[in-house]
Write a protein that binds this ligand. Sequence first.
Ligand SMILES: [Fe+2]
Length: 582
Amino acid sequence: MISPLNEVAMGEKKSDIVLKNCKLVNVYSREVMPQMQIAILKDRIAYVGKDASHTIGKNTAVIDLEEKFVTPGFADSHIHIDQYILPSELAKHSLLCGTTTLFSDPIDIVSVCGYKGFREFVKMTENLPIRVFHMVPGGLPVDRKFSHARTISKTEQKKAFELENVLGMGEVFSWTKVTTRDPSTIQNLRYMLENDGIINGHTAGASDKKLNAYIASGIFSCHEPIDYDQVMERLRLGMWVMMREGSIRRDLDKIIPNVLSQKTYFDRLMFCTDGVTPKDLLEFGMIDHCIKKSVSMGMELIDAITIASRNCFEYYRMGKDLGGIAPGKLADILVFDDINKLKPDKVFVGGRLVVAHGRLVFKNPKPTIPKWITKTVRTGRKFAENDFIVKSGGSSVQALVIKLDTEIITRKDQEELHVKDGNVTASLDKDVWKVAAIDRTYGTRKQCVAFLKTFGGNIGAFGCTQSFHENDLMIIGSNEKDMAFVANELVKTQGGMVAAKDGKTICKFEMPVAGLVSKLPLEEAVTRYNEIDEKIAETGCKFKQPHLIPLFLPFLALPEVRILYTGVIDVKNRTYLKVLNG
Ligand SMILES: [Fe+2]
């Protein structure tokens, strides 16, 4: 390709497309250049300058952009593409927001389906009109003592890394596995480093010698800093920071104002979403939202665009091909009618027009979903009331309760609960609910039933097959009958979220792809998804996003108490807790 590009630049060969009258946002020189012209041959840029007329032949499409802003495509440096909607749906809406490249970490599909799931999701992103690069999930198991999620073996890791568009290892969650030199973790890191793989970090809570040890092990990025001090601590030690603004957390508010006031070098800063819910994707967008938010806090637009494009590709060692508009680069180009709105009018990916007049102009290949991936909710039985009974003698008992401080953060607490016919019951008066974690991956029939406090919603039961990153079947309920009903519904639909009362479904969001992803178009997914939160909130739930509760209840990387199908876990003391006292 070098010679043809060289020939076009010299005018000895003609280009395919010329974009003229561009207001070019140059992320290399930090200038906005008026009246620029860009000549494209096949998928790459051959010429950028004031006059591309020498590259124009009779077959060249010349597009007059009438002094519109032209920028490189944006990149999401860390996103989970195995949540809520199919990659093909995510691709469409990313492109409409100007995000032309996704750096994906498909951790949950691996936790349910192992390597086979990883392979399938990589396959689902092939032939999409967007660039998707993958990291082999490096966060599993979250905790070697308690986790039961499927993982990727050493041989599979090698196979995964050899696939096209797989760049290295995704967020290495548990930094203690690195600082204690867990042999398997160190072996994985060594393999990636010896083979020139990139390793993404996850250093929440690590500092000083532990952070040093982590970085010294070859992990040079992190998307966990939640404020400026944490950003600086990592930049000072040579790390790259992916600033997160997505559905899990929104961190820009606490980072950008200080980056600006302290005049911090921003060449090692990137943006990431770390995953977006259907609702947020439709409402906020993706990396375009990160840019807008940074600009609203005082950042120069050109700097925010540089963070969203060039910096990310340089971290991923792709700077020679992507990240800016210059000769030799792949032609991933956005054209804006109104740069302040940041909604692209045109999007080119590799010289191909995929968005025009703000609308998609390509036929998204129909996703192929193999049958096996829609048959993953294996509980080995039909559920009955008895499955949710907590046996005890007497008329009351002291029970451990998992108290919700937020949808995500929990604390240990105690409550005296009533025993009826040998079964410890939930108590609406005390705002104590039953919560069950059930194995839905291996069909072992293993489960744990415990108690949850401050859920607040007067529903019969609410269940979900998606839970970070163990993916147990989680059911919260006020009575055993509805809990069994919801569990059976989720087996029937092979995954998703269901809320029910008195044996009737109140709302349902089906996610049959590995119990994690819906087959619905984004707009419909948003309706279903919103309905879950709205309907549960209507019943008195204290939290705005009740769907997050079962999602995070098994997440072992957060305090203070978690529940898995193997039992209730004290995260700090790393022990199982008894559900009933005495
Ligand atoms: Fe993540």
